[in-house]
Design a protein around this ligand. Structure first.
Ligand code: SF4
Length: 432
């Protein structure tokens, strides 16, 4: 059934033209040229932040091992280490036509395609030269979801079984590929990710009509079960031991921050995702008229990451951060925790010598580590204002919300005035 749907796309769409000329649009491409195109095409995936590899490349050698600064991103491994990954697409051909994507079939971008053997060779070469510690591999959809997934799995399987590659592997997973292929992907990869793409089903239907929320959620659900089962049974080799993640594009449709956070909550709760990544929509050439002309301010993406952090580590619920009844958008000039505190002045000041850990975590400017240090400090002394300074908390931000032995904030400061004093200065690159 899945193959049928994709098969129709393959016969009807420009795939035939594209596939016939994969990697040979004008002339044969060498690996370096393909790498330039397919590393650049991968940079739109936010699942690991691209940061170039200039410090360790072999500029001047021009060989396969020379990264020329392309395709290396940094990501955090399950044990918290920051690792360098080769981040590429298998191909930027695609039979789908998602309006927000530079690789959609109607796009005029230059196309390239690696064979699975190319990717294996590049990964091993970069790994041996110590440029990378792993691979992040995604792909446009060629021929069909199953065909594409099979190619991705081939890369991971070959690396693990033929070359005994012990580095980190993150594979993008095609949601409507067959469960057997997704299962095989989990056997060889450390992490799998399926992009949910849009925060709402309406957004997905209008901007990526060939994708189906049911398929995406179904695949995520199967992944969750397989990951849980493997953990429970302590299976070896383990199934996607670094779990699953996803990405949402923000600002391409009318979804509010409240919609985005509600979707994230659902994904964290029901599918046990390790991370949801937010990627601010960036306008693309020859874009569809339904897309906005301008990108959202970068600070919106930043605020969403802060809100996501509050939900995962500070005990906030989505509707506390972006409450019903207003626009549903997070303020851009202040962080979401400060926004919550200003809406709940009656909960402050918090006595740092008595308050629960949960309440201390709600104080603007206090992070998890500082709160734990304060709690340890309380065991042997009463906290004074100077202790806040010694703990290096941002006192300007914290002081209006806390009480110490020798400090009580003025109770007459209007929330608006406080907000004006504590707002973050606009940075052009963040506010767009
Ligand atoms: S399926 Fe992926 S690569 Fe293809 S157009 Fe959609 S977002 Fe782009």
């Amino acid at each position: 059934m899945i193959a049928d749907r994709a098969g129709k796309g393959a016969r009807a769409g420009p795939f035939t033209r594209a596939d016939a000329s994969c990697g040979t649009i004008d002339r044969p491409m060498d690996l370096q040229e393909k790498l330039a195109i397919l590393a650049d095409a991968a940079k739109y995936d936010a699942s690991c932040s691209s940061s170039g590899g200039k410090g360790r490349n072999s500029l001047g050698t021009g060989g396969i091992g020379s990264t020329e600064g392309m395709g290396i991103c940094h990501a955090y491994a399950p044990d918290g280490r920051c690792i360098s990954l080769l981040k590429i697409l298998l191909t930027n051909f695609c039979i789908y036509d998602c309006a927000y994507c530079v690789n959609r079939r109607s796009s005029n971008v230059r196309r390239a395609r690696f064979t699975p053997e190319d990717v294996v060779e590049l990964t091993l070469e970069f790994y041996r030269r110590n440029y990378i510690e792993g691979l992040f591999l995604s792909s446009g959809i060629i021929r069909s979801p199953d065909y594409t997934m099979e190619q991705l799995v081939r890369v991971a399987r070959s690396l693990r079984t033929e070359h005994r590659f012990g580095g980190y592997i993150h594979l993008k997973t095609i949601p409507d590929a067959s469960p057997e292929l997704i299962d095989a992907a989990g056997r060889w990869a450390d992490r799998l990710s399926i992009n949910v793409e849009m925060p709402t089903e309406t957004g997905l239907k209008s901007l990526a009509p060939e994708k189906h929320l049911g398929d995406i959620r179904g695949a995520m659900g199967r992944l969750r079960l397989a990951i849980d089962e493997a953990k429970a049974e302590k299976k070896a080799p383990r199934f996607a031991p670094a779990g699953q993640s996803t990405q949402m594009i923000v600002g391409a449709d009318a979804a509010s921050d409240r919609d985005v956070l509600a979707t994230s909550t659902n994904l964290y709760t029901n599918y046990r995702l390790r991370r949801v990544y937010y990627s601010a929509f960036s306008p693309i050439p020859d874009a569809s008229k339904i897309l906005p002309l301008k990108p959202p301010p970068l600070v919106r993406e930043h605020r969403l990451y802060q809100a996501d952090w509050l939900m995962r580590f500070y005990g906030f619920a989505a509707d506390e951060i972006a409450p019903p009844g207003d626009s549903g958008m997070l303020p851009l000039d202040i962080d979401p925790k400060l926004g919550w505190a200003l809406r709940h002045r009656d909960r402050f000041p918090v006595d740092v010598n008595r308050a629960s850990r949960d309440m201390l975590l709600r104080v603007p400017g206090l992070g998890v580590k500082t709160v734990d240090k304060m709690i340890a400090m309380r065991a042997h002394k009463r906290i004074r204002y100077d202790d806040l300074v010694r703990l290096r908390v941002p006192v300007r931000k914290v002081a209006p919300f806390v009480e110490t032995v020798d400090h009580r904030p003025r109770g007459d400061r209007e929330s608006l005035a406080l907000r004006r004093d504590l707002r973050e200065p606009a940075q052009p690159d963040l506010f767009g």
